[in-house]
Design a protein around this ligand. Sequence first.
Ligand code: NOJ
Length: 744
Amino acid sequence: MDVNTNTGSTAPSDAGVAARVEAILGGMSLYEKVGQLTQLGLLPNMLGANPEDVIRLGGAGSVLWLTDRKQYNVLQKIAVEESPSKIPLLFALDVIHGYRTVFPTPLALASSWDPSVAERAQTVAAREARAAGLHWTFGPMLDIARDARWGRIVEGAGEDPFLGAAMAAAQVRGFQGDYIGSPEHVLACAKHFAGYGAADGGRDYDPVYLSETQLRNTYFPPFQAAVKANVATFMSAYMDLNDVPATGNRWLLHDVLRGEWGFGGFVVSDAFAVGNLVIQGFARDGRDAAQRALHAGLNMDMASGTYPQHLAGLVEDGSLPMTEIDAAVRPILEMKVRLGLFENPYTDESLLAQVIARPEHRSESRLVAQRSMVLLKNEGGLLPLSKNVSNLAVIGPLADSMEATEGSWMIFDHVPGAVTVLQGLRAKLPGANIQYAPGPQIARDIRSWFDNFTPEENRKPAQAAEQAEAAYQTAIETARGADLVVMVLGENADMAGEAASRASLDLPGRQEELLKAVVALGKPVVLVLLNGRPLSINWAAENVPAILEAWEPGTEGGNAVADILFGDANPGGKLPVSFPRKGSHAPLYYARNLTHSPEGSPMYNPRYWDGLPVPLYPFGFGLSYTSFSITNLQLSAAQVKVGGSLSVTVDVTNTGAVAGDEVVQLYIHQQAGSDSRPMRELRGFERVTLQPGETRSVTLTLGPDELGHWSSSAGKWLQDAEAFDVWVGADSLAELHGGFAVVG
Ligand code: NOJ
């Protein structure tokens, strides 16, 4: 039995839970069993049949998208008092990076290279979500994304499986706590299983073709890490994976997830995805879709209505054995038992207001935002700025945008409440003259389907060309009157996220034109980026002295930006994704194989003749207000046996004048073997804080998990007895080198 030392509460024993589940299951009708496999989507504009009636009959196991919180207890009362087996409902919502206190978006959390930061953020998110009456969040999103055109890159941890796995486990711990059912926590959901980030052309929902080798070496590790962290649920992805939709993919959901990894929780489809099996040209009709999804290992149908329409009939006519239904229902009941919902089905409606008022939620959000930001450039030490600046211009369409500061997923009745960069700067410098001009608005060329959730009266009307031109001129005049300009550029919240892919990675609209005009005024300019994906900021990288990647930093984002710009916090984040120079260079990632004619060879071919496809900023890159040296690489052994471990130690020294953080990163390369291996792969990292002059020795361990790989030629996991390179440094171009051999 796990004991939660903080609260003294305990997790029930596995045997006790199983016995309880059998007892409940034994009393359920087929209709109720199918009900448990049914999740009702209750978006205000999608309400179909009266949900009360469905729940009263036992026809629903879970409800999602319900934003009227008062309804939670109302519907729960019907479930636990009036339905035949009195089984409580699971209330679910996408709480991706905060409920009311918004944290930096997951890509930003990964930029901290500090899993404890991600865990702290999701701990607060879980506490607020649970206080609101929710039991289950659809996060973390664990899709590796190597194509920055794909909008949902913002929701994940970036391009790397090792960093992604660390962030996956940390977020699961944050959401779920020490055990499933921990007080103030919710069920997590590892999504979207699997391969969704590799959509053809970066086009959201498009098909994915990935070899088993790519899946196992690159796309699966964060999901397997979530299973090891005891994640309660999984979500299947929307798209076809190698021509088999993930939602009907028995190899994924059964053979790998349950068979190999031993996952014991339940799998929910993505929204409408069971019904979509017909649209995808996979299932003949709804009946076929229901049967094949269930057989593949898909427990719960999210909102497509296909399971409730067809499963009972399939059992009744002998096409589906009741044992398959029972097996699908069991883990859903188990999670309800573990959450304690049979004993405590209701939520105290006054709780949320108390919980969101807890001051540490805001201070955690500010700290996490500081630790997530990445300093991309700081020529001549322009940053940190002096607080004596008296005439400051803050320019750009995102400078005072709460939406862009909070970022993606703030759609379910969310009331924007972020401290914007403008507000953060004003709070930091109460005596200064701060002039603000937004410049022309930016907008998508094609509207988002998600706009349907915003009432027409709340949607911003498009700016007319003359207004945009006037705003442009005002912005330049405002900058002209200042001693220093902070430009806040990037993407609106609706420009990254679901259904928000784009072909170009340029700054949208007239932002770069405005940036050029302001820089031409000859004043010191600091560029703050608010965005959900890497942007090709080639001109800025050449011509703007200081650039801070602030991502979508959340409720306290503007304060955190001001803390960094004025030196109250020292940036230490690192990029979890490569920054391409052009959208057409995507997919672009550091862990690639060398193949024919690599750089340095006589036949070197730069791959494109119209520009080098090397990143503008490499994976793992980020600056600080201090400087570091990483030296003295020591290996615990020159040789290690297959299955054994060795350690790699370096000294990291703060060689500058202020305290700061460095992320020590370890990369390996297997020189030869059963398969060609990537020229570098991250296999260890640690973020350390050092005082000026302080030296710390950092030891990272390489064991069989770090040194093995899925072999394409052998069709299995193996560890080759071969020579390895190892590099340790401050980004993926690290030069401090050593070598060792794995021996048989
Ligand atoms: C669709 C998205 O793909 C998924 O990430 C989300 O959790 C569900 N809708 C529910 O909102």
